[in-house]
Ligand binder design. Structure first.
Ligand SMILES: C[S@@+](CC[C@H](N)C(=O)[O-])C[C@H]1O[C@@H](n2cnc3c(N)ncnc32)[C@H](O)[C@@H]1O
Length: 151
């Protein structure tokens, strides 16, 4: 078994999962705050220089797990590891946010898709060296194409 402790909590405008945008093309413009616990604040040293961050967090209000399910972005089933479903064997979420500013242990960010009070497990600078042309979007690209065909 692994044991982890939150390094902080998300202050989010979303109190209920129904308020969070979902489905194909959903945007996440919401702003919020990553409130880091005082004991971990030294770990934020030099974070201001990064425009975007990976936030690793716990789906603390998810129940159960579906190894195969139909996501809100499609009408066909997919394996959990090919989706971003909250109902996974280890309920870990990953969100890329834009860093708007820092006030001590509080990081103001844009791009929140978590509920108020979500526990944060880790933060890392967003860095990617995968060229755009090497990225494949799997079934999502197919679902988008089908939607385009229907509309
Ligand atoms: C599709 S998941 C994607 C989350 C993250 N970007 C990822 O890829 O891991 C986002 C959904 O998780 C759910 N959610 C957000 N915060 C949660 C929490 N603390 N516990 C359980 N479910 C949560 C909401 O239904 C939200 O629409």
């Amino acid at each position: 078994m692994l044991s982890m402790q939150p390094i902080g909590y998300v202050r989010s405008p979303y109190k209920n999962v129904r308020e969070i945008p979902k489905g194909l093309g959903a945007k996440h413009p919401a702003e919020g705050v990553l409130e880091i616990l005082a004991e971990f604040e030294p770990g934020l040293t030099d974070i201001e220089g990064f425009s975007h961050l990976f936030v690793i967090w716990a789906f603390d209000r998810a129940e159960g797990c579906d190894l195969v399910g139909i996501p809100p972005t499609d009408d066909r089933p997919h394996g959990v590891f090919a989706t971003r479903s909250p109902r996974r064997p280890n309920p870990i979420g990953l969100t890329v946010v834009e860093l708007l500013g820092r006030e001590g242990p509080a990081l103001r960010v844009r791009g929140i898709d978590m509920l108020e009070g979500t526990p944060i497990l880790d933060i890392k600078p967003y860095l990617s060296n995968v060229p755009q042309e090497r990225l494949r979007r799997g079934w999502l690209a197919e679902a988008e194409a089908r939607r385009g065909e229907r509309s």
